[in-house]
Ligand binder design. Structure first.
Ligand code: SF4
Length: 63
């Protein structure tokens, strides 16, 4: 799994950080940052859930 984000569209809702703090963080303005782009298998399910819950759907997953 490869994860990418489009920070320009982030509305700082924070769901990603609450659900998967191992993969996502927020900068001082609340904008998403990616901690790892190829998360381990045990995080794949929660990363998929995060992508579906992001209100602006900016989290992209490539399998
Ligand atoms: S859930 Fe989406 S909009 Fe909210 S902080 Fe994360 S990437 Fe940004």
């Amino acid at each position: 799994m490869r994860v990418s984000v489009d920070p320009d569209r982030c509305v700082s809702a924070g769901q990603c950080v609450m659900l998967a703090p191992e993969v996502f963080d927020q900068d001082e303005d609340g904008i998403v940052t990616l901690l790892q782009s190829e998360p381990p298998a045990e995080l794949h399910a929660v990363v998929r859930q995060t992508a579906s819950l992001c209100p602006v759907r900016l989290i992209r997953i490539t399998e």
